[in-house]
Design a protein around this ligand. Structure first.
Ligand code: URA
Ligand code: CA
Length: 434
């Protein structure tokens, strides 16, 4: 087999076979095929696209390029949730305890964040003592006994994707649905889940800014998952404004705790119930979405989800009393309000700019090696659709520096106020199951 023939075949719009796809993925991972040939092939894929079958084959080839996590020692159907990323997205912290409180095993592998705010690991580390260094056996035992554990990403997962993603980044080939969908799904599948619920975001703070693109990506990922035998569903949700009110690590932990106590922001709670009910159905802990939602709502109200969160923190060395007394979480030195310059209705809170502002305060990483400050971030006081009076705070900066003029300027440019009443944006645009 020759790589030049594969490049020409795709350039001319033909479907590649399993052998051809395995050949280039394997050859590239081992360094036997050079960057320039894979660059040409990726560009051909960018223009000619891939069929559903090719996308599934590419995903499987990338999964097989490295280690695969074996979760078979965990009883029950392991369901994972994946979000395509947003601003102030605290759902993972809530969904873990919430769905596992109904007996759904959650074996979560989590990473650190890049950009906006930290990842789930960073957020959990704002709980004193909490650690994610578990042996494989400890991890499996914790999930079997408590139904929930979180471990850091380890091992050599999907090296082919790592190499190709870096190459795509510098060859103008990131923005291909076929390549994005295979890239994301390969990582999820290698992490061992039996079933996957995807939260595909749309709007200013999302990777896919347009609804149509988000839907196309969701269909592509659901198709890949189901092709390779992992039951997959997707929810399309709004990321035009940040989710909930908190953006920043400890602030989001506090928001997660409130939500687990049944007092969370409306949008965050609704998204958790929407995603969670699908996870519970896929794990066969309820027959219908309605039944699952009912059970989840009950566990938010009766304290079971909150109790599960405390048990989870303690099981990994964390100070569970933080959940009862959130003053024990890291706190910033200063809280500075951002007053509205005029009265009216909030018509826009541009999520990616708010995320950037939180990062500038130190809540997120500009580069992989940046240090983050767990205490800092932004608490929105208003959401789109809310009425505001002049001088009333739009949001509060939680900061460890008083030098925040440029951040304030960025924040003012992120929030619009209109004289006319404005409706809150749609939160859930739909669900995709095939
Ligand atoms: N995120 C990924 O993991 N892969 C892509 O290709 C794009 C976004
Ligand atoms: Ca939030």
């Amino acid at each position: 087999m020759r790589i030049t023939d594969i490049i020409e075949k795709k350039r001319d719009g033909n479907e590649l076979t399993k052998d051809e796809i395995d050949f280039f993925v394997d050859g590239y991972t081992k360094g036997e095929i050079p960057d320039y040939q894979i660059s040409a092939l990726l560009m051909a894929i960018y223009f000619q696209d891939m069929t559903a079958k090719e996308r599934a084959l590419l995903t499987s080839a990338m999964v097989e390029s490295g280690d695969q996590i074996d979760l078979s020692a965990i009883e029950g159907i392991k369901v994972d949730k994946h979000s395509t990323g947003g601003v102030g997205d605290t759902t993972t912290l809530i969904l873990g305890p919430l769905v596992s409180s109904l007996g759904v095993p959650v074996a979560k592998m989590s990473g650190r964040g890049l950009g906006h705010t930290g990842g789930t690991l960073d957020k959990l580390e704002s709980v004193p003592g909490f650690h994610i260094e578990l042996s494989n056996d400890e991890f499996i035992n914790l999930v079997n006994n408590n139904k929930l554990a979180v471990i850091g990403q380890s091992g050599n997962l999907t090296p082919a994707d790592k190499k190709m993603y870096s190459l795509r980044d510098v060859t103008g080939t990131v923005n291909s649905i076929a390549l994005i969908a295979s890239s994301i799904m390969s990582k999820k599948i290698a992490s061992g889940a039996d079933a996957i619920v995807l939260d595909v975001k749309t709007g200013a703070g999302a990777f896919m800014k347009k609804l149509h693109d988000a839907e196309e990506l969701a269909h592509a990922m659901v198709s890949i998952g189901n092709h390779v035998g992992r039951k997959t569903m997707a929810v399309i949700s709004d990321m035009s404004q940040p989710l909930g009110y908190a953006i920043g690590n400890a602030l989001e932990v506090k928001e997660a705790i409130k939500t687990l106590q049944g007092n969370g922001p409306k949008d965050l709670t609704e998204l958790c119930l929407t995603l969670g009910s699908r996870m519970v159905v896929l794990a066969k802990q309820a027959e219908t979405i309605e039944e699952a939602r009912e059970k989840l709502t009950q566990n938010l109200a009766n304290g079971q989800a909150f109790a599960q969160f405390k048990k989870f923190l303690a099981s990994q060395g964390g100070d569970g009393s933080v959940a009862d007394n959130t003053d024990l979480l890291p706190r910033s030195k200063w809280q500075i309000d951002l007053p509205a310059k005029k009265s009216g209705y909030v018509s826009e809170i541009i999520a990616d700019r708010i995320g950037k502002a939180a990062m500038l305060l130190g809540a997120g990483r500009a580069t992989k090696d940046s240090e983050i400050d767990l205490a800092v971030g932004i608490m929105l006081q208003k959401k789109v659709g809310d009425q505001v009076k002049q001088d009333e705070p739009l949001l509060t900066l939680h900061t460890n520096t008083q030098d925040v003029e440029s951040v304030k300027e960025l924040l003012y440019s992120s929030i619009a106020i209109s004289e006319q009443p404005v409706k809150a944006p749609t939160l859930i645009y739909g669900t995709i199951e095939d």
